[in-house]
Design a protein around this ligand. Structure first.
Ligand SMILES: [Zn+2]
Ligand SMILES: [Zn+2]
Length: 333
């Protein structure tokens, strides 16, 4: 595939919400299910493999999402709000199966536990159950390799930013179908979400399961991408726990480095909100100079508004040296 940035994730990022600190790890840091008092994942799925239990979770989740700030429902109210037609004893039987797992019983009634909220939000996002698509829409950026305009599209659970002229793929972002329910501020929402996911990668943390990532620099010939356009290297990061992985350009990764964020901001460019396909030193490798591959040593130029920040980076992605100088006129962003 022609490629610029590769998926930030092989799993939907919906699980990377704030409450995903409840990540299924027990206190010893082992996956849930490895100790007798933890449910196996099969048990957890089986618990909601029933339409009445799923409706109870949906009802409690919708109540929690309500603006009232009240997340608890008494039994009678819960049963009345749930769209089921079973008798009280049968409803209670299924409710009690959820208590201690996805649902918590309190003196006031029933509410979702954190795991239940995560499940509800994942279902709402349509990650596992829905298909949506968005026909390619032109975005305000020309391709760096031909004169065509880039297009944003959504299909098969992922956004693509691609040139349909030369087919260069600039970005690929896995996201739940709920993302395209409205087209309001779509581009900025996509990049906001993208930045959030890649920020975790840049910090060496898996955004899905919170485990540490392995990071290495790869020559494009080592990636298996056979038709890579003008690419000098990839930053490859992988999670040995859940299989999540990411291929990024060095410039794209450094959009998350405080030295680059601060320099660009001083020069009038906010890299935390500007789509990365609009930033030449992130979208292409034209501002990279590979000094050495064994060990890796790379120079990354960040030219903004007449001034260039030059970073010398090693294979640990540490900055060995940096300098600031006037930019050549044609380098300006
Ligand atoms: Zn093109
Ligand atoms: Zn992971």
């Amino acid at each position: 595939m022609t490629d610029d940035d590769q998926p930030a994730s092989d799993l939907p990022g919906i699980l990377s919400s704030v409450e995903s600190t409840h990540s299924g790890l027990n206190e010893a840091g082992k996956p849930a299910g490895e100790t007798p008092n933890q449910s196996t994942s099969e048990d957890a799925f089986a618990l909601v493999g029933n339409e009445i239990r799923a409706e109870i979770i949906r009802t409690l989740g919708a109540h929690d999402a309500d603006a009232t700030g009240e997340s608890t429902l008494g039994f009678a109210d819960l049963r009345a709000a749930a769209e089921t037609d079973v008798v009280s004893s049968q409803f209670n039987y299924h409710l009690q199966k959820l208590v201690g797992h996805y649902v918590e019983k309190t003196d006031e009634g029933y509410r979702l536990r954190p795991e239940g909220k995560m499940l509800y939000r994942t279902i709402r996002a349509g990650t596992f159950t829905e298909r949506e698509s968005l026909s390619p829409v032109a975005i305000d950026q020309d391709c760096y390799y031909c004169d065509d305009q880039l297009k944003l599209a959504y299909d098969d659970g992922m956004f693509t930013v691609q040139c349909h002229g030369c087919e260069t793929l600039y970005d690929l972002i896995l996201a739940p179908p709920s993302a395209v329910r409205t087209d309001e501020n779509l581009q900025s929402r996509v990049e906001g979400y993208n930045y959030h996911l890649r920020q975790a990668f840049a910090q060496g943390v898996c955004p899905t399961c919170l485990n540490p990532l392995e990071t290495e620099l790869l020559d494009p010939s080592e990636t298996g991408f056979t038709d890579v356009v003008e690419r000098d290297l990839y930053v490859y990061q992988s999670c040995g726990y859940c299989g999540n992985h990411s291929y990024l350009s060095l410039g794209s990764l450094f959009l998350h480095h405080p030295a680059v964020i601060g320099f660009c901001y001083e020069q009038g460019l906010d890299v935390t909100t500007t789509p990365r396909w609009e930033i030449p030193f992130a979208a292409t490798d034209r501002y990279l100079t590979v000094r050495s591959t064994d060990p890796w040593e790379i120079v990354l130029e960040v030219p903004v508004d007449g001034v260039t920040l030059e970073l010398v980076v090693d294979e640990e992605l540490s900055i060995l040296d940096h300098s600031v100088s006037a930019s050549p006129a044609d380098d300006d962003i």
